[in-house]
Write a protein that binds this ligand. Structure first.
Ligand SMILES: Cc1ncc(COP(=O)(O)O)c(C=O)c1O
Length: 405
């Protein structure tokens, strides 16, 4: 009896110790401090984050439905209305990066079997088309060569022919450096019974944009470009027309997480009692709130003008150094992300590596432009003229050393 008791005690200890004993040792690297170099981020994003945004982000956590956090969410909504230039009630931030904004927008605005018309001027049009096909939409693409904008007439011709439920355009095509003109597009969408969706991930705050004046039905962006905040939230806004369509859908949105009406309730857009939807990334919301405060104090139009002026200065600086812009026409260029042709005989990777060694990030191309261009982002605080000029000078020096320009 005693032996049996002893044995069963032993077995119990043995089995319970099995449960807590890991055969995988803790990784040695985690015993050392994290190593983060202080790099100036002048690529296509994320951009250099001001210290004040980092310290705001590091403030103590609150619960995601605590009154103080709910108040911060309301302030973020007001800040987003200010930067998008809209009075839309359904203006909020989706938890996730810019892709989350794209998914949320397309998922909500179009139903299976409807047509998505994509104006494709680079990789982001391609991504939207791919997403549309995954969601069971009929996708129609109007395409142009890299470095060009999609002509309004081509979009109008396609829209009249296919009667799209949604027209997608990317305002700032970060893979080529173009700024797609938006005037006249909402009329084309509405006249053909559809909605206008605009990606401003790489352009919001860095190029002129006025959601309400342009008649845009849905716009999304991201926090890590001109806003200079960490990645993790996708600001988004839906017009009343878009919300009416979403409310009248035949099928429910195929995602709970990205359902605009659920998100709108959680963010206090519908005036009803807030329901738990998900746990917002509290610290990232603090950071976004700080980023919006910086813009509110500076003024959104002053910020946009700063990007335009700095861009003009950089075109001269680069031109004087013998470098050519990838986007031929100045008026087609995105003022916050500059694409420069890689000169003959220059190894773009070598240039990038040399700049990295000086603590500066510049990027190469993306998708079809890989190997053909450099991409220089002057997002937000990086568009301060002296700062941008100094960094671009370093870039020119490195290119000169490589090519004997
Ligand atoms: C124009 C554009 N749209 C969408 C995205 C996707 O954003 P994210 O990488 O934050 O998911 C990017 C990212 O660079 C972009 O430049």
């Amino acid at each position: 009896m005693i032996a049996r008791r002893f044995l069963s005690f032993h077995q119990r200890v043995f089995t319970s110790s099995l449960r807590v004993m890991s055969s995988i040792p803790p990784p040695e690297c985690l015993f050392k401090d994290i190593n983060i170099p202080n790099r100036q981020l002048f690529g296509p994003g994320p951009s250099t984050m001001p210290q004040v945004i980092g310290s705001t982000q590091a403030q103590p956590l609150l619960g995601h439905l605590h009154p103080e956090f709910v108040e911060i969410m309301s302030q973020v909504r007001l800040g987003l209305q200010y930067v998008f230039k809209t009075r839309n009630a359904y203006t909020l931030a989706v938890s996730g990066t810019g892709h989350a904004g794209m998914e949320a927008a397309i998922l909500n605005l179009a139903e299976r079997g409807e047509t998505l018309l994509v104006a494709k001027a680079g990789i982001w049009g391609q991504r939207a088309a791919d997403l549309g096909r995954r969601l069971g939409l009929k996708v129609e693409v109007v395409e142009v060569g890299d470095g060009q904008i999609v002509p309004l007439s081509a979009i109008e011709e396609a829209a009249t022919r296919v009667k799209p439920a949604v027209i997608f355009v990317c305002h700032g095509e970060s893979s080529t450096g173009i700024a797609q003109p938006l005037e006249g597009l909402s009329k084309i969408a509405h006249d053909n019974g559809g909605l206008l969706l605009v990606d401003t991930v790489a352009s919001l705050g860095g190029a002129p944009f006025d959601m309400d004046a342009l008649g845009v039905d849905c716009v999304y962006s991201a926090t890590q470009k001109v806003l200079n905040a960490p990645p993790g939230l996708a600001p988004i806004s839906f017009s009343d027309r878009a919300i009416q369509k979403i409310k009248k859908r035949k099928e429910r949105v195929a995602s709970f997480y990205f359902d605009a009406l659920e998100l709108g309730n959680y963010w206090g857009c519908d005036g009803e009692m807030r329901r738990y939807h998900h746990t917002a990334p509290i610290s990232t919301v603090y950071a976004l709130r700080e980023a919006l405060a910086i813009i509110a104090k500076k003024g959104i139009d002053t910020l946009i003008q700063q990007h335009l002026d700095t861009a003009t200065g950089l075109y001269s600086q680069l031109g004087e150094a013998g470098l050519s812009m990838f986007v031929e026409r100045k008026e087609d260029r995105l003022p916050c992300l500059h694409t420069v042709k890689v000169p003959e005989g220059v190894d773009w990777k070598g240039v990038q590596t040399a700049l990295f060694q000086q603590g500066i990030e510049f990027a190469g191309g993306l998708g079809a432009t890989t190997g053909k261009i450099f991409r220089i982002g002057t997002f937000g605080q990086n568009s301060e003229p002296e700062k941008a000029k100094e960094v671009v000078n370093k870039f020119i020096q490195v290119v000169k050393e490589q090519s004997k320009l």
